[in-house]
Design a protein around this ligand. Sequence first.
Ligand SMILES: *Cc1c(COP(=O)(O)O)cnc(C)c1O
Length: 352
Amino acid sequence: MKAWEANIRKVVPYVPGEQPKKDRMIKLNTNENPYGPAPGVKAAAEHMDLERLRLYPDPTADLLVSALAERYGLNKDQIFVGVGSDDVLAMAFLTFFNSDKPILFPDITYSFYSVWADLYRIPYKRPALDEQFRIRKEDYDQENGGVIFPNPNAPTSLALGIRDVEDIIARNQDVIVIVDEAYIDFGGESALPLIEKYDNLLVVQTFSKSRSMAGMRIGYAMGNPVLIKAMNDVKYSFNSYTMNLPSLILGTEAVKDEAYFQETVGKIKETRERAKERLTRLGFTYPEPSANFIFATRPGTDAKTLFEALKEESIYVRYFDAPRISQYLRITIGTDEQMEAFFRFLEHYLNC
Ligand SMILES: *Cc1c(COP(=O)(O)O)cnc(C)c1O
C-alpha cells in the first residue's frame, strides 16, 4: 500500500436506485413523479435566454427564494435553497451537527443520513422503529447532538403525527432538529408552522417528488433566520454559486403554478388509494402510506425473487437487502396505466 493511501478519506457511498436506460419500462423505483413539470416550466425552458449563461448566477438565488417565500408566507431570510434536498441536508449536517454527542435518526430511514454522518465524522445512534415501523418519540429523549428524521418516513411511507413531531422538537431544544419533508405534499402534516415557535427546527423540502423536477436538482430548507444565515455562511465557504440559472428560472415557474401542483399531487394520491386496495386484495400488507410510494410485503412471497421477476419484465421497484425490511418492496405510485401494468404482472405471477 502506498503511504498516501492511508490519507484517503474512505467512505461507503449512498447507493441510489437504478436509472436504467431503456425506452420501454415501468419505473416505480425512485419515487419520481410520473407527471411532467408544470406547463409554465416547459414554456420558460423554451424561451430561456441562453446568452445569460455566460454570467455567474445570482449567489443569493433571490428569484427562487422570493417565490418560495411568497408560496409559504415566509420572509426571504427564513429560506435556504440548494442543489436538491440532498445538498441542503448535507449542508445542514455540516453546519449544525458539530457536537461530540451522537445525532439520532431511525434505524430504518433514508440511507443517506448515515453516509453524511460518516463522511463528516459525526457520531450517530439509530433508535429502532417499533414493530409496526413507527418512530417511538421517547427514543429521542436521550442525550444527543442533533436529531433528523423524514416525515413521512422513507422507505416505510409512514407519517408521524404532528403532535409527536412537535414533542420531539420541544424535548430537544438544545440541539437542531431537522424534519426532512421530501414527501409531505402527499400526506401527513407539515412541521413548517412550528418554525415560528421553535428556533431549533429546520424543515427541508424538495422539488424532486411533488413538483416533478428531480432532474433539475432543487431543494430548500426553512427555519429561523439565524439557522439560515449559518447555512449560507457554510455555503459561501464552499461554493457560492450552487443554484444554476436554469434551476432558478424553472424552479420559480414550478412554484408559481399552484393549480398544476395540486392537480398532479391529487391524482397521485387517488392512484395510491386504488393501489392500496388492489395490493390488499392480492394479499399484501403495508404500513399506512402517506408518501408517493407503498412499502409492501406478502407472506409466502419472497420479496427479492419478486423484485427480480418484475425487473425481467422491465418493471422497476426498489428492494433493500437490509435487516428487518428484506421482505418488502417499495413501490412508487406511477400513473394509473403504469400501475395497471404492474398489477397485471403481479396477478399473473401470483396466479390470482
Ligand atoms: C428523495 C429524498 C430526498 C432527496 O431528494 P433530492 O432529489 O435531493 O431533493 C431527501 N430525503 C428523502 C427522505 C428522500 O426520499
